[in-house]
Design a protein. Structure first.
Length: 248
């Protein structure tokens, strides 16, 4: 029985790690060698800026911006009247050239302005595409007037979503996302309004990397807990059935 229990626990552990865990990082998780874009590299009003950054472990990585990915669209929320992102990307992940533009602008509410905004200004969604898969992505988002009003979602190269997190506070907040297995699985991310944020937002100080990221100080997102919970529940149900069969 102990041997069977050990095998079952191993199966649950493998199931929880084979596909990695989508986790949230704080700013200290990114080392000084992580690649960073401050949006001061180009002039104001630059549309859909494109960057090529050299990474120690990834080589040259192209980073491009647009309003959303192919397969997605932008619409007006009937309740808030704000522009929201809808739909899922198609694979392979690619920016939609017909999407509303992103552009560099100033933001008096952000201490490290200039920033990158979607269209309409401080309202439209922002999509970020990496030419090579990365392990972790981080950025400053805001200024937020409401909690849980914005979401950042990470995608694999085939267009499937890895996971999503929302803002936990008001003001400027750092969003960090990673695959805790250490696999470079993030091909792109979107940042968009998913609640009531009438004053809008922008992004700044985008950072990313692979081995330049410390994945120790992480907190699994609720989806991870749910997955592990399902494995544990299955184990408990199995144990309960075993006990009943013995009594019979």
């Amino acid at each position: 029985m102990k041997k069977q229990l050990g095998l079952l626990l191993s199966a649950v552990f493998i199931a929880g790690t084979a596909f990695g865990q989508f986790v949230r990082l704080d700013e200290s998780s990114f080392t000084a060698s992580a690649s960073t874009i401050t949006f001061s590299e180009f002039g104001l009003n630059t549309v859909n800026p494109s960057y090529t950054l050299s990474s120690v472990d990834l080589g040259n990585v192209d980073v491009d911006f647009e309003g959303y990915f192919a397969g997605q669209s932008q619409s007006t929320d009937p309740i808030t009247g704000l522009d929201i992102l809808t739909g899922s990307p198609t694979g392979p992940l690619a920016l939609d050239s017909g999407a509303p533009n992103t552009f560099i602008t100033t933001d008096g509410a952000n201490p490290t302005s200039p920033v990158l905004s979607g269209s309409p200004t401080f309202n439209g969604p922002i999509a970020i595409l990496f030419s090579k898969d990365v392990n972790a992505v981080g950025l400053d988002g805001g200024f937020f007037d409401n909690v849980a009003s914005m979401s950042i979602t990470a995608y694999k190269r085939d267009g499937s979503a890895l996971g999503s997190v929302t803002n936990n506070t008001t003001g400027i907040e750092f969003f960090g996302l990673a695959d805790s297995s250490g696999v470079n699985s993030i091909a792109g991310v979107t940042f968009s309004i998913t609640g009531n944020e009438p004053a809008g937002y922008a992004i700044d100080n985008l950072t990313f990397g692979s081995t330049q990221v410390l994945v120790d100080p992480v907190i699994p997102e609720p989806s991870t807990y749910a997955f592990l919970g399902m494995g544990t529940m299955g184990l408990l149900m199995y144990m309960r059935r075993r006990r009943r069969s013995k009594k019979a």
